[in-house]
Structures are given as C-alpha cells and as structure tokens.
Design a protein around this ligand. Structure first.
Ligand code: MN
Length: 216
C-alpha cells in the first residue's frame, strides 16, 4: 500500500550507549507530589493516580529552543522524571523531562470541566533529555533553574505514587510495552517562562536537560 502523504517521522529519544528509543505513547501523571498539588490548590488523591497523555510527535529534544506557543499568555515549566518502558512493560531507562503547560488553558478547562488537551498537548509540550539505563529512580534530587535562578526543587522519594506503583497501576488500564514513556509528575515551584529564558533541569545521575524559549 502506498501512503497518500509521507508518514511522519518516528518520535524518539536517545538512550545513552544503546541507541534511539522509538516513542509509542506518552503518559503523564497528575498531582504526584503533595507540595505541588497544594500549590495548585488541589488535594492529593491517595486512592489512585490519574493520567493525561501527550502526542509523541509533540516531543522535542533537550538542547533545543521552543517558540512560545500560540493561544497562551501563561506558559509554565514542570520538571519531571521520565521513564521509558521495554517490551515487557518494565522500566529500561530514565531521563529528565519537561511537561510544558499552557496553564491558562488548563485552568479554563478545569473551570469548565473540560479535557486538558489544549493546555497540555501541543507542539513541543514534552521536552526529553537523553535517557540513561537505570533500574532504581527512588531517591534522586530534582531541580529546575531558569536563567540560573532556582525555581523547582524536589526529590523523587516524595512521589505520592513511586515509579513501581505507577507502573503497576497504569498496567491495569493499558497494555504497557516497548515505546511507552511516563512523565511521573512535578515537584513544587512551577511557574511561567518568557521568551529569552533559558531552562536547565537536573536529576541526580541523569543527563541534564536544557531548553531555550524564543518569541512566537
Ligand atoms: Mn506534569
């Protein structure tokens, strides 16, 4: 069969020393750090985690520049640990990620009980640094600086739902497998970015993430 148009390129992220990880799906976890839930005026739901998704084609690589997206006056950063799954649905690698958010659109969606898609899923909305092969991500400092100033500080030990629990729960809802990426939630300190800003994200033992913000 011939394609009517050329197929879109496969979204991917590098895994150090191993090659390119082809991304099939991107799941994101909401309210997985109590301090961030509180700063957004939300309670943590200890009964079960909840999720939203991002389109794989909306992933951009660390080191790039994101043009300020349309439709928003409140683009926010959320630094997160990302984990990548192998054929059996187990974690094979982890990396630093940004869940970029059009916060004003997300807030309007919450207000009107509508879906979060336009707030969370747009071109460049998921930024991924090169990943590393890891088996344990349980107690690592997480930090995001903007223009050299501290914005977000946390530690993965403070996740409401640690990675093994997330994977166990998500596996009750989806047939997890190779190519799945999970952004595991953000610690406190989210905030707005402006054109000209330079973001640097770090998680212990992982390749740092950098992102520039350009005018629209
Ligand atoms: Mn997030």
């Amino acid at each position: 069969m011939t394609f009517l148009f050329d197929p879109a390129p496969v979204a991917s992220v590098a895994v150090a020393g191993r090659g390119a990880f082809a991304i099939r799906r991107v799941f994101c976890v909401g309210r997985n750090y109590a301090a961030h839930a509180a700063e957004m005026g939300n309670e943590v739901d200890r009964a079960a985690p909840f999720y939203f998704t991002k389109t794989p084609m909306h992933v951009m690589a660390s080191g790039g520049v994101l043009a300020y997206p349309p439709g928003t006056a409140e683009l926010h950063h959320e630094i997160e640990l990302a984990v990548a799954l192998g054929p059996d649905g187990r974690m094979i690698a982890a990396g630093v990620a940004l869940d970029m958010t059009r916060r004003d659109l997300q807030a309007a969606a919450k207000e009107t009980r509508r879906p979060w898609d336009t707030g969370k899923d747009f071109e460049g909305a998921a930024v991924l640094a090169p990943m590393s092969s890891l088996e344990d991500v349980g107690a690592r400092d997480v930090a995001l600086d903007v223009n050299g100033g501290a914005r977000q500080r946390g530690n993965t030990r403070d996740m409401v739902w640690p990675v093994p629990a997330l994977l166990g729960h998500l596996a009750t809802l989806y047939d997890l497998g190779a190519g799945d990426v999970i952004l595991t939630g953000t610690p406190a300190g989210v905030g707005a970015v402006q054109p000209g800003d330079r973001l640097t994200g770090r998680i212990d033992g992982l390749e740092p993430l950098t992102l520039g913000i350009a005018p629209r």
